[in-house]
Design a protein around this ligand. Structure first.
Ligand code: GLN
Length: 231
């Protein structure tokens, strides 16, 4: 049967790819899922009267897991795109993001998106960054399971650049990445993050939007935002 959700359990199964700081990652002991999205998801679940059950899934496995009914919602720095909207429903946008790129400090030739032509670029599988990198003329695109792996590859000299979400690039640099790498202010695309819900579950989508609105109105959203991004 497809009845995976017991009505009396009141558990909200939240899918995320916990390798995308500062939105979702594991704390130093690897014991807890932390980050902006994690705090927001827990606040949403609480607001709705559910217990949050966070499940760590590869980014490209999140939408299939939702479609299969193994999770109830996705929060994972996921950009609202037309392509994804064919498959899933999205909440109202909750964070404005966009793509930037990162190069090694010793690179003096790449200064703009245009300079990425013909270069080797690391991206995370199944992301908007991967799609964008593939549009670059003569670029060789290397795909990795996580953004952490793309930064490691850049540092190791395996690629010329990483194309990834701006806040994640900025956080990586702020956490010590500036030893090896740098970024530029040019935003390649403006993107909105949304929570994905099954199209079969419009009632849940409505509840999530209502909870989100409430948290935005009562200052809870701002508190979580300031915790992770400052004012
Ligand atoms: N925002 C990007 C996307 O939706 C990357 C998300 C991620 O890697 N977690 O494709």
């Amino acid at each position: 049967g497809s009845d995976t959700k017991k009505s009396d359990a009141k558990v909200l199964r939240i899918g995320t790819n916990a390798d995308f700081a500062p939105f979702e990652f594991q704390d130093v002991d690897g014991k807890e899922y932390v980050g902006f999205d994690m705090d927001l998801a827990r606040a949403i679940a609480k607001e709705m009267g559910y217990q949050a059950d966070i499940q760590n899934v590869n980014f490209d496995g999140l939408i299939p897991a939702l479609e299969a009914g193994n999770i109830d919602m996705i929060i994972s720095g996921m950009t609202v795109t037309e392509e994804r909207k064919q498959k899933v429903a999205f909440s109202k946008p909750y964070y404005q993001s966009g793509l930037t790129f990162v190069v090694r400090n010793d690179n003096d030739t790449i200064k703009s998106f245009k300079d990425l032509e013909g270069k080797t670029i690391a991206v995370q599988i199944g992301t908007t960054g991967a799609n964008k990198a593939r549009e670059i003329k003569d670029a060789t695109v290397k795909e990795f399971n996580s953004s952490a792996d793309t930064f490691l590859e850049l540092k190791a000299g395996g690629v010329d650049a990483v194309v990834n979400d701006r806040p994640v690039n900025d956080y990586f640099l702020a956490q010590g990445g500036t030893k090896d790498a740098k970024t530029f202010p040019e935003i390649l695309t403006a993107e909105d993050y949304g929570i994905a819900i099954s199209k079969k579950n419009p009632e849940l989508a409505k509840q999530i939007d209502e909870a989100l609105e409430k948290l935005q109105a009562n200052g809870e959203y701002d508190k979580i935002f300031e915790k992770w991004f400052g004012k």
